[in-house]
Design a protein. Structure first.
Length: 214
């Protein structure tokens, strides 16, 4: 999910960041392969390492815009997958993806996701949600963990027995507690730092394998 400022507009990045971005090998490879963002390669590493995709599954993608994760799933599984995606930001359509623009933290948006699923059991919940950064580390960290907790709560309600989960959060206060919380729902839990994550970034992904319904 893109970072927004208080006015709702994208931040204007400095020349150093822009230089790094346009020379980033993952950015170049994403452009070559037609992916909408370099984040596609984070998911590719996760699904390859932890075997998250299989034909016939139902996937919910939280914080989906601009859609690179949906692209990866469709590339891997073709028409043998049902994808329900949601984000605050608009997302250009992707064939075979049901997209909902809305705030995942609201009951209205949750209801829209449930209605779109039409009772289908969910095999995989993905979340690349991130908070709108304020620059105050403690506040941003708390928001990051809060979004991860929302995603875990959704997964606990909607995953089928044995289903899988992958969620982004920032490493720091509360991240280890979240990992332990996730471990109460899954047979195995891993903390991953994909190679496509920039070295200075505090983002990590918690992957849960084998959901256990309480």
């Amino acid at each position: 999910m893109a970072s927004l400022n208080k006015s709702g507009k994208k931040h204007r990045f400095g020349k150093a960041w822009m230089h790094e971005h346009v020379n980033d090998p993952y950015v170049k490879e994403a452009q070559r392969r037609g992916f909408r963002s370099r984040a596609a390669f984070k998911l590719i590493e996760l699904v390859d390492r932890d075997q998250l995709l299989r034909a016939g599954m139902t996937v919910v993608d939280l914080g989906a815009a601009p859609g690179s994760w949906c692209q990866v799933i469709r590339e891997r599984l073709g028409g043998q997958v049902k994808i329900v995606a949601i984000d605050l930001l608009p997302m250009d359509g992707i064939g075979g993806v049901d997209f909902i623009q809305g705030d995942f933290s609201t009951e209205e948006s949750l209801r829209a996701v449930r209605e779109t699923l039409k009772g289908a059991p969910v095999d995989l919940v993905l979340s690349d949600m991130a908070p709108n950064l304020s620059g105050v580390e403690a506040a941003d960290q708390a928001r990051s963990v809060g979004l991860a907790e929302l995603a875990l709560e959704f997964a606990a309600l909607h995953l089928r027995e044995g289903g899988d989960f992958a969620v982004k959060l920032f490493q720091g206060a509360g991240s280890d507690t979240f990992r332990k919380q996730a471990a109460t729902h899954f047979d195995k839990v891993y903390v991953r730092k994909p190679k496509a994550s920039r070295g200075r970034s505090r983002e990590i992904y918690v992957v849960g394998k084998g959901f256990r319904r309480a």
